[in-house]
Design a protein around this ligand. Sequence first.
Ligand SMILES: NC(=O)C1=CN([C@@H]2O[C@H](COP(=O)(O)OP(=O)(O)OC[C@H]3O[C@@H](n4cnc5c(N)ncnc54)[C@H](OP(=O)(O)O)[C@@H]3O)[C@@H](O)[C@H]2O)C=CC1
Ligand SMILES: CC(=O)N[C@@H](CCC(=O)OP(=O)(O)O)C(=O)O
Length: 335
Amino acid sequence: MIRVAIIGASGYTGAESIRILFRHSQAELTYLTALPEECGPVEEVFPEFRGRCGLAIEPLDLDKLSRLADVALCCLPHKVSMGFVPKLLDAGVKVIDFSADYRIKDVGVYEKYYQKHTDIGNLAKAVYGLPELFREQIKGTNLIANPGCFPTGAVLAMAPLLKEGLIETDSVIVSSVTGASGAGKNPSSKFHFPNMNENLFPYGIGVHRHMPEMEQIAGEVAGTGVQILFQPHVGPFDRGILSSVYCRPAKGLTNEQLQPLYNEFYKAEPFVRVCKTAPAVKDVAGTNYCHVFPALVKGQLALFSAIDNLVKGASGQAIQNMNILFGVDEIMGLK
Ligand SMILES: NC(=O)C1=CN([C@@H]2O[C@H](COP(=O)(O)OP(=O)(O)OC[C@H]3O[C@@H](n4cnc5c(N)ncnc54)[C@H](OP(=O)(O)O)[C@@H]3O)[C@@H](O)[C@H]2O)C=CC1
Ligand SMILES: CC(=O)N[C@@H](CCC(=O)OP(=O)(O)O)C(=O)O
């Protein structure tokens, strides 16, 4: 049994991780932590889990973590997380970090979009946890940087073409629509119900912190720099991200080549489905699937993907990574 701790268990991704782990036959929840004011029996913090979990959410005690867990899912906000991760690693557990603190390898870029990095040693060692691209590296690490939700959907939509050099790398536009849960349990006023209900709007224009993350990972897949204009929007639904990627094809690509190319690239992937029609957020809600659909329209590529931001975009992907890390069936708890 893999003994799993969740740090920041009182938030949205903490709850989603608990929900998934109930279904996991080779992992057990052993330790849940949060800030003192959010602690208490799980079934009081989350009434939906009543009768399903006898644990309490407690303030973090590193000795206890060390005794009770093999791995910590660290569900803390970015900038906060890097204050905790070194201590979790020192306690002898493997860490899957949900925040952005260990994703961006260029410290200057991280510090431009976030703040001064305080754990550069571990940043250098962390592996970016997108299994479809980095499965082998994930197997041998103690620290996984679980990917951002938007980069997960956008990169999976483009990867087969990037890998083959079939995209003009200075032409990429990613336009995404996310549900409101992406902002976590304490969103800014912009993301509160009265402003979200029956509404749809762009945000983070030109400055969203997932833009450099997408460029880094797309660049690694392409083997060359990729410039991306990323524009997120938020819409009035709980969960899901639909990404539409527009770019110019290279080398006279035809529409007929797209499906075979995507099918071949993802043929062994348990959580990517290559679709023949447009994907939709409802098709993947509550699942760890990413649905992708590539098309060529008027000589331009239009590549679409749909994921659930809380599952393939966060907790599901983390548990997929955990399964790879501990050598159990990758789909455990997720299908
Ligand atoms: N929501 C999503 O769709 C996605 C989220 N992520 C990432 O996952 C992480 C968690 O997100 P999410 O669950 O949505 O966030 P939430 O805001 O819902 O939960 C955050 C958790 O961290 C705790 N916390 C907040 N500040 C501190 C602090 N200073 N010290 C200790 N604990 C703290 C919160 O405690 P308390 O309950 O007391 O507030 C809560 O348990 C973030 O890094 C986020 O970027 C990644 C992909 C998708
Ligand atoms: C609506 C909303 O605010 N969405 C969040 C989604 C990103 C997220 O959850 O953070 P990760 O970097 O850990 O993926 C945002 O745009 O910042």
